[in-house]
Design a protein around this ligand. Structure first.
Ligand code: BGC
Length: 374
């Protein structure tokens, strides 16, 4: 099935790129969502996937500016990161209360955001490493990575020291657990930069293997990957294990069982929920997850299903762009009103939703995938 690039697809692509451009600050930071008060900041996680999407469609300058912003933030945070590593080595995990670890979101000027938040999240830092390596691969500009080297080395030191500590997941919840998707991001980041660091290559290889074996030992129940170590639920973020982080092969039986579970318990039509107990804004369906599953299908050779997912995401574009979630099917309808009255309508536009749409689009028009041309 070939992708017909309809006028609607062309409009959605253009709209997505415009929204991403408009919400990239002069500093290079991408604002997660300009329309939602808690998201008017920049995340390493959302931002890296946004930069990756921009790289996939040839907007390399935008991606590079974001990665440079991350690098500047990291360098500014170096003293804190070094103190956190010491604390981690001494086994002083504090349940996050005294703000020892690096934050997950920053102002566009690279300052920590004051106030209560699930700040300690490792996945964004691994994702950043992966994104930097993808930028090099997609632009061919190997020399540029030298400019990122201090930040890369610092991130690696930090992840090496901290990866065994419980930290908040990619949904910014459950900070008292360890999450396979986070492990995958750490693994994927370390693997991705390994070829550029000959001096650290052996140590990085050993670290990646340690993380992988930890996952295989602790992160599988009944033949499927689990949401968190000790919590056997399913979570759509488990797709990360294969894509993009490559910790598990796409056709690994445990992975395919996990994907079947996502389809069975989290998919309604082409809409995908995060996890069965989700109550955030009623637990709606996240366009970025439909795009992710579509990306997985494309790589698994199920192209017609991937196209279906793309079309569904396109049907969710409104005048303001793509939201974080849509409320067509809710897992916890009563909770929707509560969130609505507490925080107002769900975030729209969400740059990460646009990013994953662009990734799926790029995947479908650039066939075979660029990443197979290693
Ligand atoms: C999501 C995170 C995301 C953040 C900003 C949160 O509600 O759970 O995954 O990074 O919003 O978009």
């Amino acid at each position: 099935m070939t992708l017909m690039i309809s006028k609607n697809t062309a409009d959605c692509v253009r709209h997505s790129v415009d929204i991403i451009r408009q919400n990239q600050a002069g500093t290079g930071a991408y604002i997660a969502s300009p329309g939602f008060v808690h998201y008017r900041y920049a995340w390493f996680r959302d931002g890296t996937f946004t930069a990756y999407a921009m790289d996939r469609i040839g907007e390399h300058e935008s991606a590079r500016r974001f990665y440079q912003w991350c690098h500047d933030v990291l360098m500014k945070q170096e003293p804190k990161a070094r103190r956190a590593m010491e604390a981690a080595r001494r086994g002083e995990w504090d349940g996050h209360e005294n703000d020892v670890f690096l934050h997950t979101r920053y102002t566009v000027d690279g300052e920590e955001v004051p106030g209560k938040w699930g700040n300690f999240q490792l996945d964004g830092y691994g994702t950043w490493l992966w994104g930097v390596a993808e930028h090099v691969r997609l632009t061919g500009q190997t020399a540029w990575i030298d400019q990122m080297r201090p930040g890369i080395e610092l991130t690696l030191d930090y992840l090496e020291a901290c990866w065994r500590l419980p930290n908040y997941d990619c949904w910014e919840e459950h900070g008292d657990r360890i999450h396979p998707a986070t492990l995958a991001a750490v693994y994927g980041g370390c693997r991705a930069v390994q070829p550029y660091l000959p001096d650290r290559s052996a140590a990085l290889g050993a670290l990646c293997e340690e993380i992988r074996l930890y996952l295989l030992k602790n992160g599988i129940e009944q033949g499927r990957f689990v949401k968190s170590i000790g919590n056997p639920a399913v979570d759509a973020s488990l797709l990360w294990l294969s894509l993009p982080f490559g910790m598990v092969a796409i056709d690994d039986p445990v992975m395919t069982n996990t994907v079947h579970q996502i389809e069975r318990l989290l998919q309604n039509g082409c809409g995908v929920h995060r996890y069965p107990q989700d109550v955030y804004y009623g637990g709606g369906q996240w366009p970025l997850l439909s795009a992710w599953l579509g990306w997985y299908y494309a790589r698994a050779g199920k192209r017609p299903k991937a196209v279906e997912m793309l079309r569904w995401v396109e049907s969710k574009f409104g005048g303001e762009g793509l939201p974080e979630q849509v409320q067509d099917v809710l897992l916890a309808p009563a909770a929707y009103q509560e969130w609505l009255s507490k925080e107002g309508p769900p975030a729209v536009p969400l740059l990460w939703s646009h990013a994953m749409y662009l990734v799926l689009y790029a995947e479908l028009v650039q066939w075979p995938p660029l990443s197979e041309k290693r």
